[in-house]
Design a protein around this ligand. Structure first.
Ligand SMILES: Nc1ncnc2c1ncn2[C@@H]1O[C@H](COP(=O)(O)OP(=O)(O)OP(=O)(O)O)[C@@H](O)[C@H]1O
Length: 645
């Protein structure tokens, strides 16, 4: 009910390139070099010296282990061999020394490996996260609203964490491989038949680990949206913005109940996975037990037939234990590596896909002084809603250097039109021309730079008041003079009353944070747009939360700005405010139905604008006295609308 259906995907995970292959022993062996390569590349990028140091330390550890094992073998051979006890003990001393040195070197190498892996891991995570974040904010708006891409964005966010863990697993895999080589070498020296037994012994646990990992990853992708939605529900109950409604409307129990239901469903999935994992693990343990038994029987048979000496058998037991331990650990780590690599693969796929969906860099320059922006036959539908265009065959002109108002009922497409104008979206059909330069070919950054926006739902940055204004232009160091000027313009006088003035943190979720009123936020939004000082100022319902005095002030200033040469694109439902416009475009259900100076539109019999105006005048105007210009509700007589010519 809350999300319009189940958020569990049955098959979508299968569309992911990386999961097309089944995770089997064979594929694991085949992909191991690639996975290791991925981890090594990441850590190489994060720190060459540390990566080299870890590699040397791990190789040293493996060599020390092999030397140690061979030393134990010779030690047993000496101790169990012929000769007097004294003689055997004397003979064993150098070997004991060798084993001790090997152990000490191994321990030193281990410590060095830990020492250098430690800082490497967070660095890898940071690098991967930076790549992720950088790509995320550079993609087109259309990509952000594409459900598939957004899901990839969500799953790839785990990639950075996984990349960090991959480094640790990779080190463990290298270490396990070297231990395995050492044990296998010793076993081959003792008796070659023992080597395949070592390999067979590990097959069941390898199979079990891979099966469990495959199930977990599949489940992760199926349940990703579900888990996200349920964590969002839990956040709603602690969100300060939702706190009032949660209490007054009594939404708490309702949300909690749904959270409980969703959590239970997720718990059931975890229970299912645990049940399957337990069953798989049990089966694997039984098989391993049988194979271990067969190995020791084989060892007994070798002793019995005299194919192997007692000392050799002792060393073989040690080597088998070392080898199986190493193999077991190796399989586990490769398995982890695999699991993590799937998330890193998600990150890689995101990097690749986002490269195709990046806002293009470069393009045609816009004319330095644009006279007009013209929309020609523009049709636009939001991503995923291609069947229902929001704008249909819209053709209109926005002359620069005046106030152009966009008027229409809710949902008629005004904000969407402005988003297209700013370059946030591209029309599916039609063109947006800047004095003949098609915006589709233009340098998008240059298009963005021309705009400053006071959006209807402008973002409330949970930062200081100062940053909330200055964030609109981070291309230069913060300028106090511009800040003061923007504040003066938007009437942000309330800052003086704030506990730390401009340095007051505007978020109640932090210690010392302060909450502003809706109108105060709106004034900050206006100051932000002013601080940016774009050539075209877009104001989308700039006065919705303002008191009458502040509203009057905003429109007066809009007029002043326009008189000073600034272009204003104004979206408003306040018909009285449209008197500030030089040109009005009226949208209805995504189509342009009227255009002209406001005074002219008001005289058009049966016109939509006139109808909207009269409706509003009926609601408000009768109670108001005629304004100074003699028209009800402040709407100007014709010559006012044409005054800017
Ligand atoms: N991001 C989006 N994805 C899909 N549809 C959207 C999106 N934003 C807006 N719409 C839809 O586009 C239509 C036009 O919305 P738009 O915000 O442009 O209207 P508007 O004229 O500015 O309305 P209002 O006066 O209420 O602000 C609406 O039907 C809305 O549901």
């Amino acid at each position: 009910m809350l999300f319009g259906g189940r958020l569990v995907y049955d098959t979508s995970w299968a569309s992911y390139e990386e999961t097309r292959y089944a995770l089997t022993l064979r594929t694991m062996a085949a992909t191991l070099p690639r996975l290791m390569g991925m981890a090594v590349r990441l850590s190489w990028q994060a720190g060459r010296r540390a990566t080299a140091a870890v590699a040397v330390a791990e190789i040293g550890r493996g060599v020390a282990q092999a030397v140690g094992l061979l030393g134990v073998n010779s030690l047993l051979a000496v101790l169990l061999g012929p000769g007097s006890l004294d003689g055997r003990l004397r003979e064993s001393l150098p070997v004991v020394l060798l084993v001790a040195v090997a152990a000490a070197v191994g321990a030193l190498c281990s410590a060095a490996s830990i020492r250098f892996t430690g800082p490497l891991e967070p660095r890898v995570e940071r690098l991967a996260r930076e790549m992720y974040l950088e790509r995320a904010y550079r993609v087109e708006m259309a990509a952000m609203e594409d459900e598939e891409f957004h899901r990839l964005l969500q799953s790839a966010q785990f990639g950075a964490d996984s990349a960090r863990r991959m480094v640790g697993h990779c080190v463990a895999v290298i270490s396990g491989l070297l231990s395995l080589v050492a044990a296998a070498g010793v076993l081959t020296v003792l008796h070659p038949v023992l080597l395949p037994m070592l390999a067979v012994m590990v097959v069941p646990s390898a199979w079990a680990s891979l099966t469990v990992a495959r199930r977990r990853y599949r489940s992760f992708h199926r349940w990703l949206q579900h888990v996200r939605a349920s964590s969002m529900l839990s956040q709603l109950l602690t969100d300060t913005d939702a706190a009032a409604e949660v209490r007054v409307h009594g939404a708490g129990p309702f949300i909690l109940e749904h959270f409980r239901g969703m959590s239970r469903a997720a718990e059931e999935e975890q229970t299912r996975l645990a049940r399957l994992a337990a069953r798989t693990g049990l089966l694997a343990s039984a098989l391993t037990g049988l194979i271990t038994l067969a190995t020791y029987l084989l060892l007994g048979a070798l002793l019995w037939t005299g194919a192997m000496a007692l000392a050799g058998a002792g060393a073989a037991v040690m080597a088998i234990r070392t080898g199986t331990g190493a193999l077991d650990g190796l399989i586990r780590r490769v398995n982890y590596l695999h699991e993590e690599s799937m998330h890193v693969a998600d990150l890689n796929r995101l990097l690749k896909e986002s490269a195709d969906r990046q806002i293009p860099v470069g393009g045609r320059q816009l004319p330095a002084r644009v006279r007009e922006i013209r929309l020609e036959d523009v049709t636009f539908a939001y991503p995923g809603c291609e069947e229902t265009p929001v704008l249909r065959e819209v053709g209109l002109a926005i002359p620069l250097g005046g106030v152009v108002a966009l008027v229409g009922e809710n949902g008629s497409g005004k904000s969407t039109l402005v988003k297209l104008l700013c370059g946030l979206y591209a029309p599916q059909r039609g063109r947006i021309l800047w004095d003949g330069v098609d915006a589709a070919d233009a340098d998008r950054q240059a298009v963005f730079e021309r705009f400053a926006v006071v959006a209807q739902d402008h973002f409330r940055w949970p930062m200081t008041a100062r940053v909330n204004v200055a964030i609109s232009d981070t291309s230069a160091p913060l300028c106090e003079r511009r800040l003061a000027e923007a504040a003066e313009h938007a009437g942000v006088d309330f800052v003086d009353e704030l506990p730390r003035r401009w340095d007051t943190l505007l978020s109640r979720t932090f210690k010392g944070g302060h909450q502003l009123s809706g109108g105060q936020w709106q004034r900050l939004g206006i100051a932000r747009a002013r601080y940016r000082d774009g050539e075209i100022l877009v104001v989308d319902e700039p006065t919705a939360a303002l008191d009458a005095k502040a509203e009057e002030r905003v429109f007066r200033q809009i007029r002043q700005l326009a008189d000073a040469g600034q272009t204003i694109v104004l979206i408003t439902h306040r018909m009285a405010s449209v008197r500030h416009a030089d040109l009005v475009h009226v949208l209805h259900e995504g189509r342009l139905i009227e255009s002209g100076p406001p005074a002219e539109l008001l005289t058009r019999p049966g016109g939509h604008f006139r109808e909207l105006y009269e409706l509003q005048a009926a609601a408000f105007g009768r109670e108001q006295r005629p304004s100074g210009d003699g028209t009800p509700n402040g709407i100007p007589p014709q010559q006012d609308g044409a005054s800017r010519g």
